[in-house]
Design a protein around this ligand. Structure first.
Ligand code: SAM
Length: 280
């Protein structure tokens, strides 16, 4: 869809690149696995092209859009869909759990919950981390992002691209790739290639840790200086004396001379529990 048709000049600072290739819309909607009783929360509906495809499959769609200029456009493009609610709000300041609960108690859907979006790339990581840290009640998260970020999220330990975002997302979710998307699929064209990932939040299969915040702190501190050993990066970024770091890593069965980029999610989880014990 062409934004100029609606008199809207796309905002670079809000990451506005609108999908024009309908086959991409189909791949996203298929990848999300939406059933007729389900609810979808869409992040950044833009002009409503993906929104209308989602509304054709789901019982109910709530779309959260920060740009007030797009609200009248969405009212127009979505006027034939009675099962869509558009909210003019910043997704980073939205209580998604509450939106889901309200819609369920109003009887607007009875099935699963899916989060879907062609994300604004300037805040991809904060959005994904918010969804995960808030433990949003979603059965799937299907989102398009910059290809390079998607590659990092999917990376395995030992790889050059394995980093804090990989160890954080893979702790919470099973990750799969739906499709790559070329620049030509958008108006205006972004500078980067894109990828759609599906993140399936793990429920009981998630490694059990005493404190999820501690897990994330260990991951962030471990990767703060990725060339350094765990002993050095955890003591400088984590602000803990070296003797304690050494003792806690050894108690977790992890060699303090290793680097964060070699650690699996399970090893980060053991490390986090060992540091949680230190605080008890
Ligand atoms: N879904 C549309 C599409 O695929 O054509 C638009 C996608 S565009 C990449 C990202 C959308 O997110 C824009 O509509 C933008 O205004 C919106 N957006 C940017 N920051 C946001 C925020 N913090 N909260 C909610 N929406 C945001």
């Amino acid at each position: 869809m062409d934004p100029s048709k609606y008199g809207v000049r796309p905002s670079k600072s809000l990451g506005q690149n609108f999908i024009r290739d309908m086959s991409v819309i189909e791949r996203i909607v298929d990848g999300a696995g939406i059933e007729p009783d389900d609810m979808v929360i869409e992040i950044g509906p833009g002009l409503g092209v993906l929104t209308s495809a989602l509304a054709s499959r789901a019982a109910f769609v709530t779309a959260v859009e920060i740009d007030g200029r797009l609200i009248p456009v969405l009212e127009e493009t979505l006027k034939d869909y009675g099962n869509v609610r558009v909210i003019n709000r910043d997704i980073l300041k939205t209580d998604i759990g509450q939106l889901v609960e309200e819609s369920r108690s109003e009887g607007l859907f009875s099935g699963k919950v899916h989060i879907v979006g062609n994300l604004p790339y300037y805040i991809t990581t904060p959005i994904i981390m918010k969804l995960l840290e808030d433990n949003v009640p979603a059965d799937s998260i299907t989102v398009m992002m910059q290809k390079e970020v998607a590659d990092r999220i999917r990376s395995a330990p030992g790889s050059r691209t394995y980093g804090a975002i990989s160890a954080a997302v893979q702790y919470y979710c099973r990750v799969s790739k739906i499709t790559d998307v070329p620049k030509e699929a958008f108006v205006p064209r972004p500078k980067v290639e894109s990828t759609v990932l599906r993140l399936e939040p793990l429920k009981d299969e998630k490694p059990q840790v005493k404190d999820e915040n501690m897990y994330l702190r260990c991951v962030k501190a471990g990767f703060a200086q990725r060339r350094k050993t765990l002993l050095n990066s955890l003591s400088s970024a984590g602000g803990i004396d070296k003797e304690t770091v050494k003792m806690r890593l050894e108690a977790a069965g992890i060699d303090p001379g290793r680097r964060a980029e070699t650690l699996t999610v399970e090893e980060f989880a053991r490390m986090a529990d060992s540091f949680s014990d230190e605080q008890d």
